[in-house]
Design a protein around this ligand. Structure first.
Ligand SMILES: Cc1ncc(COP(=O)(O)O)c(C=O)c1O
Length: 388
């Protein structure tokens, strides 16, 4: 094989593969998490104007100064976090790049990295690329429909090789929003074992039923050991603009910035200019975002339940994990492919979110970040499941 051993260990993204299949067969794409509705006009205007104003060249690798200032201001206003925009912020090509830059910046070969399973697909390749070993802690749906973990299992996952725990909240794929008590337990273990928290808070503004997003960096003793990651993709419905950011204490940020510098140099400069406008949007924008997503969630849950799926209600993000064992005894991959090809609705088989196939055999994930009419159309097509 001429490819590196590192890249032989993981496949291309199954989530993105499902989008390719959806396009091929003309299925409604409820697989990959990107909106099919427009971004706010004010952002499109800001990006267009930035290009007309000739913001065409590389920016400072850490991110344009006005954007770093706006990000630091955002953390101060919303969460009371003190962040120095000159030394503790970096703007990357999406949270995805922040994540790998953070891992490359702090993880050594042979280190262990803890995260919750099911997990967002990219954490596995991130471990292979950094030659670290993943340690999984299971999330399981409880009787009252919340995803929970066993505190003892979490405690057992920490050891002298643990360097990082990835804390993704609101969580993809489950929609779990970690509570203050759960975050406190994680924080206590990080402090006890001198572990760094790398967070993925890309869905921080998409929460339901009063669930409150809490950055773990705001817990006592955590600001100095946390790399907080978020971005514009989901909050502003611009996943293709590739804007993400990380904040961390300077001694950690030095490593993250170096990794970012030599991976991508900088995020797209005119879009960073538009990013300043994004960060200035007021509370009414966020309220509307939440209300719109609550409506989409309600419709998506209804359409899945009425044809026999057993969905677990998400508290945040815009995905639903659903058990399909009452509809079919196929495995998740076979069922997922049939859904796209025969039913005309693409979802993601559970497999990419789990370390072992038996854990996801009857599970698929639906993304509901779609227009009302797209979801209505999907609902109609799903009726075919009743007859198949
Ligand atoms: C948990 C999680 N993190 C990160 C990302 C990617 O974010 P970005 O578009 O900023 O790279 C996604 C996208 O689906 C996600 O679900």
């Amino acid at each position: 094989m001429r490819t590196s051993i590192r890249t032989q260990h993981f496949p291309e993204s199954i989530i993105r593969e499902m989008t390719r299949i959806a396009l091929d067969v003309g299925a409604i794409n409820l697989s990959q998490g990107y909106p099919d509705f427009a971004a706010p006009q004010v952002l499109k205007d800001a990006a267009t104007q930035a290009i007309l104003d000739d913001w065409n060249q590389y920016s400072v690798t850490w991110g344009l100064k006005p954007l770093r200032d706006a990000i630091a201001d955002h953390y101060r206003r919303r969460y009371g976090m003190e962040v120095n925009p000159d030394t503790e912020v970096v703007v990357c090509c999406g949270a995805t790049e922040c994540m790998i830059a953070a891992m490359l910046g702090v993880v050594n070969p042979g280190d262990e990295v803890i995260f919750f399973e099911p997990y967002y697909e990219s954490y596995i390749p991130n471990c292979f690329i950094t030659q670290s070993t993943p340690r999984f802690v299971s999330l399981r749906p409880s009787a009252d429909g919340r995803w929970e973990f066993d505190p003892d299992e979490l405690r057992r996952a920490f050891n002298e090789r643990t360097k990082v725990i990835i804390v993704n909240s609101p969580h993809n794929p489950t929609g779990k929003v970690f509570t203050r008590e759960e975050l406190q337990l994680i924080a206590d273990l990080c402090i006890e074992h001198d572990v760094i928290a790398v967070t993925d808070e890309i869905y921080e503004f998409i929460t339901y039923d009063g669930a409150q997003h809490i950055p773990i960096a705001t817990l006592p003793g955590m600001a100095e050991r946390t790399i907080t990651i978020s971005g514009m993709s989901k909050t502003f419905s611009v996943t293709g603009w590739r804007l993400g950011y990380a904040v961390a204490p300077e001694d950690l940020m030095i490593g993250v910035r170096k990794a970012h510098d030599f991976m991508s140099v900088c995020a797209a400069t005119p879009l960073q200019i538009a990013g300043v406008t994004m960060m200035a949007l007021g509370d009414d924008y966020y309220l509307r975002l939440r209300q719109d997503y609550a409506q989409r969630r309600a419709l998506a849950l209804e359409m899945l339940r009425e044809v026999g799926f057993k969905p677990v209600v998400p508290q945040g993000a815009y995905y639903i994990m659903a058990d399909f064992s009452a509809i079919s005894d196929e495995d998740d991959i076979t069922f997922g492919l049939r859904m796209a090809r025969d039913i005309g609705v693409a979802c993601v088989p559970g497999s990419p979110f789990f370390s072992r196939p038996e854990l996801s055999r009857s599970i698929v994930r639906f993304a509901f970040c779609k227009k009302q009419e797209t979801l209505e159309q999907a609902r109609e097509r799903l009726q075919k499941l009743k007859r198949s």
